[in-house]
Design a protein around this ligand. Structure first.
Ligand code: 2HG
Ligand code: ZN
Length: 470
């Protein structure tokens, strides 16, 4: 599918709608919007548009649809599957100016926000009112809530609180022809018509542009304890996950970090005195957080967890009650993605399986890595069965990287699907995983999804080249 190359008359139209400062063709800025946090991928837009209200997006999309100009919606560019990369050039529709929290409804525990609000800023704003928006991707300090909705993001607290889709009550969206649609409600229950809201959540900017989001909130948990549990074997660490959950304790977070992941993030943070020694015998850690409103209850839960896993580790378990201690441990966990990626070209697979399969998944990942000669660094949201597998180019030749590694990724994905899992838990498909989609879906299912795309965006101008194999 080819699109019209943008020319002066198009730029004149965009200037009329948005004003000159918000129609950007500066090469440095185009370069900035050509990539996100995905591996070494970069495709330049022809222009960046920065709208600050729905009516502007309505006019831009209607014009682009009429003139066959493609449009890639972009949040903060923290994505890990190429979702915001303008694969076919055209317009990068940058949502950073749509950054207002419209209303925090303390009576009904809801917030209405524009998409360009930083997730952590939204969390802090509602926390001031004693409310909690729990979905906290590792990139929460920079990612936008709109991008989180577009990717159905997760994060460490999904094991207890779920992912973005569990909090979106309603949306305002703009379709590729400029129609403005409101979906969903402001009620906690809704059995009215098809659930368009949740069709848009996770659609990666391919069905519509999200211009307003209504989210459900919950009361903020007053107390937290964070346990750092060392293991001398990765297998025992992954086995401990289900042992803990079968004790009836639902941790608010249950993270797995293998030795190399923790070592790299600790190195990465050395200056900021967040440094922990990982003794040679330690092969992996679990971070287990429990939250609630009574500290004694939390210590009882920590006791239950400690008792339950006593046959899997004899190492001392650190229990952080003080927030600054907890923040240090969370910082070590949250920067792993950045730390692991900074030294090398990488491919990252966001595998997820029923959580009892996690031990077998980790073993299989390591076996496939040996078979195809690549190193993996693994960590992730063990409580959800979600294992992030970072494959580093490091010493591999270009041929090994381009030929052998994709074979290994395919085998990992085949195993995951055979085990009842899927190929993305939270990072999305975007550009980088689309060739593996046929491992997950039948041709009929793919065609059904493509026909839905065709209904929403018949000319295919929205985020072209994503999710579906070319
Ligand atoms: C995390 O869990 C994020 O740390 C990022 O999903 C993962 O960058 C990564 O590999
Ligand atoms: Zn993650």
């Amino acid at each position: 599918m080819s699109f019209k190359v943008i020319e002066k008359k198009d730029l004149d139209f965009f200037n009329k709608i948005l004003g000159g400062n918000f129609v950007v063709t500066d090469p440095e800025m185009l370069k900035e919007n050509s990539h996100d946090e995905t591996e070494d991928l970069s495709f330049f837009p022809e222009v960046i548009l920065l709208p600050h209200k729905t009516a502007e997006i309505q006019k831009v999309l209607s014009y682009c649809n009429e003139n066959n100009i493609c449009v890639t919606p972009r949040g903060a560019g923290t994505g890990l599957s190429g979702g915001a990369i303008p694969f076919k050039g055209g317009v990068s529709l940058d949502m950073k100016r749509m950054n207002r929290i419209i209303n925090i409804d303390e009576e009904n525990f809801q917030v209405i926000t524009q998409p360009g609000v930083i997730t952590e800023e939204l969390q802090n704003a509602v926390e001031e009112k004693g409310l909690f928006y729990p979905v906290d991707p590792a990139s929460r300090g920079s990612c936008f809530i709109g991008g989180n909705v577009a990717e159905n993001s997760g994060g460490p607290r999904a094991v207890k609180y779920g992912t973005v889709k569990d909090y979106v009550l309603g949306l305002e969206i703009v379709l590729s022809d400029g129609k403005i649609i409101r979906t969903g409600t402001r009620t906690l229950k809704d059995a009215t018509g098809y659930d368009i809201t949740h069709l848009i959540v996770g659609s990666e900017g391919t069905l519509a542009v999200i211009t307003e989001i209504t989210l459900k909130l919950i009361p903020f948990p007053k107390k937290r304890l964070l346990m750092s549990i060392p293991f001398t074997s990765e297998e025992n660490a992954t086995k401990a996950v289900n042992v803990i959950l079968k004790m009836g304790v639902i941790p608010s977070a249950l993270e797995f970090m293998e030795r190399e992941a923790l070592k790299r993030s600790s190195e990465f943070l050395k200056e900021s005195s967040v440094y922990i020694e990982v003794p040679e015998r330690i092969e992996a850690h679990l971070l287990v957080e429990v939250d609630g409103n009574d500290t004694d209850d939390l210590y009882n839960e920590a006791e239950v967890i400690t008792e339950a896993i006593s046959s899997l580790t004899e190492e001392d378990i650190a229990v952080a009650e003080l927030k600054q201690e907890q923040d240090k441990l969370w910082k070590l966990r949250r920067v792993i993605g950045e730390a692991v990626k900074m030294g090398s070209i990488y491919k990252e697979v966001d595998t997820v399986v029923p959580r009892s399969i996690l031990p077998a998944l980790l073993l299989m990942v390591k076996k496939i890595g040996e078979k195809y000669g690549f190193k993996t660094i693994c960590y992730g949201h063990a409580g959800d069965g979600n294992l992030h597998v970072n494959i580093l180019k490091e010493g591999l030749t270009d041929l090994e990287w381009s030929a052998e590694v994709p074979k290994g990724i395919k085998e990992i994905f085949q195993f995951v699907v055979e085990m009842g899992g899927t190929i993305s838990a939270e990072h999305g498909i975007g550009l980088v995983q689309k060739k593996y989609i046929p491992i997950v879906f039948s041709t009929e299912t793919i065609n059904l999804m493509k026909s839905i795309k065709n209904i929403f965006d018949p000319k295919g101008i929205l985020n072209p080249g994503k999710i579906w194999p070319d």
